[in-house]
Ligand binder design. Structure first.
Ligand SMILES: Nc1ncnc2c1ncn2[C@@H]1O[C@H](COP(=O)(O)OP(=O)(O)OP(=O)(O)O)[C@@H](O)[C@H]1O
Ligand SMILES: O=P(O)(O)OC[C@H]1O[C@H](OP(=O)(O)OP(=O)(O)O)[C@H](O)[C@@H]1O
Ligand SMILES: [Mg+2]
Length: 298
């Protein structure tokens, strides 16, 4: 493989992860110009480019050293790790969990089936696009079942009579319900991940990965953070501080000409609800503001 001085990230060309992955990279300060065929995005500021591909191809592209990082669901990464051949150049690691694309890989059976646990699957046929993950789950439980591998529309297999149960991704459960199926066991909890080689390149690309990881941490941290500002008398501070939702110690600023009054500034780890604000006000706060946080660098 020819050495590269630019970092290359693989992401899904078109699908559920495309928009949130683009949004994440944009929030990390990266901007791109897309090629005509829409398969490549050239990084305009930092030397970081994107390769736009089917999500199933992402782990292989990193393992073969074609890309340095990728954004892909844990379901796809783990399936790859269980089923790929031995041609990989590098072992893969979960560098960051990104908090979007949340779903689970579950076993589901027809609503009318008597299901008293995984042993009921012995001798049955299970349709799935995840033969590696399902096979491991069955092996761990010593269950001998048939695995029918399908590329898509797995939920329809029991109605077509080609399988007795399915193992597929579930989020709201709407697709299962629409196909008269009921979820019985969760095999894997998944979300989008930043995936990369276990050992980072020892050149400029390694430094770029370090920089990107720090920015991603900042983006993830501020995504739900709020900055709470309020005024209060020093006497009510103890009661107010007890009500503050999570986060580091608040900062106190004196108010000019009012020695017993302060302004309090607190970084809250999650949303601050109206109810919480009303409670804090009852404890003596006034002039309260809740502000979104744009950037954070620890
Ligand atoms: N219903 C869902 N809700 C949330 N996340 C999901 C859902 N279904 C799948 N995902 C996650 O999003 C990833 C991409 O899903 P998508 O349906 O776009 O993939 P795909 O059809 O395999 O796309 P591609 O054409 O790239 O192969 C999945 O691998 C999974 O991690
Ligand atoms: O529990 P739910 O909220 O219904 O989501 C689950 C469905 O979402 C995904 O399919 P998708 O909608 O991406 O269709 P596809 O697999 O045919 O691309 C997944 O394969 C399930 O079929
Ligand atoms: Mg796919």
């Amino acid at each position: 493989m020819r050495p590269r001085d630019r970092l290359r990230i693989a992401m899904q060309k078109s699908g559920r992860l495309t928009e949130p992955a683009q949004d994440l990279l944009m929030r990390c300060g990266l901007a791109f110009r897309q090629s005509r065929d829409k398969l490549f995005c050239f990084g305009e500021g930092e030397p970081v480019d994107l390769l736009l591909v089917r999500d199933d191809d992402i782990p292989g592209l990193i393992a073969q050293g074609v890309c340095d990082l990728g954004i892909v669901g844990r379901n796809v990464l783990n399936e790859y790790q269980l089923t790929a051949g031995r041609e990989d150049a590098v072992a893969l690691a979960e560098w960051r969990a990104l908090g979007f694309g949340r779903c689970r890989l579950s076993l589901a059976v027809p609503q009318e089936m008597d299901y008293a646990g995984p042993v009921c699957m012995a001798g049955k046929r299970i349709a799935t696009s995840y033969p590696g993950l399902l096979g491991r789950w069955l092996r761990e439980r010593g269950i001998d079942a048939g695995v029918v591998t399908l590329a898509g529309s797995v939920e329809i297999a029991p109605r077509l009579g080609t399988a007795d149960a399915i193992c597929d991704l579930v989020q709201s459960g709407g697709t299962l319900a629409a196909n008269q199926l009921r979820e019985t066991d969760v095999l894997l909890e998944s979300e989008a991940l930043l995936v990369g080689p276990q050992v980072l390149p020892a050149d400029e690309r390694g430094d770029l990965v370090g920089l990107l990881l720090k920015r991603i941490d900042g983006v993830i941290q501020v995504r739900e953070s709020r900055l709470l500002l309020l005024q209060a008398s020093r006497g009510s501070l103890e009661a107010i501080t007890r009500l503050l939702p999570g986060g580091p110690q608040p900062t106190l600023l004196p108010l000019a000409g009012q020695p017993d009054q302060v302004m309090l500034q607190a970084l809250c780890a999650g949303e601050v609800s109206w109810r919480q604000l009303e409670e804090i006000k009852k404890a003596g706060a006034r002039e309260m503001f809740v502000l979104p946080v744009e950037r954070m660098l620890a």
